[in-house]
Design a protein around this ligand. Sequence first.
Ligand code: DX5
Ligand code: ZN
Length: 239
Amino acid sequence: MRISPSILNTDFARLADEIAKVPSADAIHIDVMDNHFVPNLTIGRPVVECLRRVTDLTLDVHLMIDNPDLHALSYVSAGADLVTFHLEAAAQPVELARAIRSAGAGVGVAIKPATPAVAVEALIPEIDQVLVMSVEPGFGGQTLMISVLPKVTDIRAMIERSDQACWLAMDGGISVGTIDACVEAGADSFVAGSAVFGSADPDGAIVELRRLAEQALGRRLALMSTESIDRPAAVVVSQ
Ligand code: DX5
Ligand code: ZN
């Protein structure tokens, strides 16, 4: 279970101080927006380069930009450890994923709420993370769309079938009230903006989200093992 705080709604004049508040983070999630792919404009490559100098934490860059085919590699050279681009924006996603990996970073593919699970299936062997947006990308502080949960379950099944190591992340509206349902759906990595930095104790919020996620995972695994014990009997009945 991985918890990555998003710095989107932090004080951009004090980013180094904001990152210093979350030493328990598995990664720092950096939302890059270009005012074209999404209706918001945030930060770009020079800021990622500066953040690289102030933290050893994993930098997880979420590109919400047009033409990631042209721009994504520059974020690897800026120091990103993981670069996630939107499938809807990429002209040649397989080639781009391979290029990011060859440049030495992990690679993720993000999908918007309306993009179906099947769109990412062929890419799973090429990537390290599928990022399912659980809000329309562009802004922090929105409510999680529970309508994406069946899609998360479908992608979890695809990852299991592929036998590849691939994180299944969710981004948008993740909180202590929603993380259980997301784990139960099959996610194992969570981006949380307002739930972390809106808290009086941001690092404590990460620890609590991770605790809840691990607890929910325990329940999910227990349920799966009960189902697999039950399954042979069901097969016997169907014969
Ligand atoms: C939204 C961004 C998210 C955002 C999440 O487009 O991709 O990473 O910061 O913020 P919360 O957790 O507040 O929904
Ligand atoms: Zn994001």
